[in-house]
Design a binder for this molecule. Structure first.
Ligand code: SF4
Ligand SMILES: [Zn+2]
Length: 119
């Protein structure tokens, strides 16, 4: 049994898919920019942060693309980092994860809902 018994909160399927997408993108970015097969400490930290933001996203399954979100729940330096990751990994996602890339593109067409609490 793990000494860190943090309960795992079930996510809405769309948020769970976004979590897989962001994990794939951070993996692509880290392998290219930081060289290892496993995520480096900085990218692991970013992934934990992004997954936590998704877990607490006030829009649930209706969430807009984070880049269009009126709530902007990311801290500014985290937002800048994830934008850098997305810029690099977005065009490369199609090759390694075609299904996630397609769904990510479709999610990008969603309308932005009216403002709600982001957490
Ligand atoms: S509140 Fe906005 S920025 Fe935060 S996870 Fe949800 S959609 Fe993304
Ligand atoms: Zn890294």
């Amino acid at each position: 049994m793990s000494s860190q018994s943090r309960p795992h909160k079930p996510l809405h399927p769309r948020l769970a898919r976004e979590r897989r997408t962001v994990a794939a993108m951070i993996g692509i970015y880290c392998r290219a920019k930081h060289g290892g097969m496993d995520l480096c400490a900085e990218c692991s930290d970013l992934l934990v942060y992004a997954a936590n933001r998704l877990e607490h996203c006030g829009f649930g399954g209706d969430k807009p693309p984070c880049k269009d979100c009126p709530a902007h729940c990311y801290a500014p330096h985290r937002r800048a980092r994830i934008q850098e990751v997305m810029r690099y990994a977005g065009p490369r996602l199609l090759k390694s994860h075609p299904y996630l890339a397609l769904r990510h593109a479709l999610d990008g067409l969603r309308r932005t809902p009216s403002k709600k609490s982001g957490s």
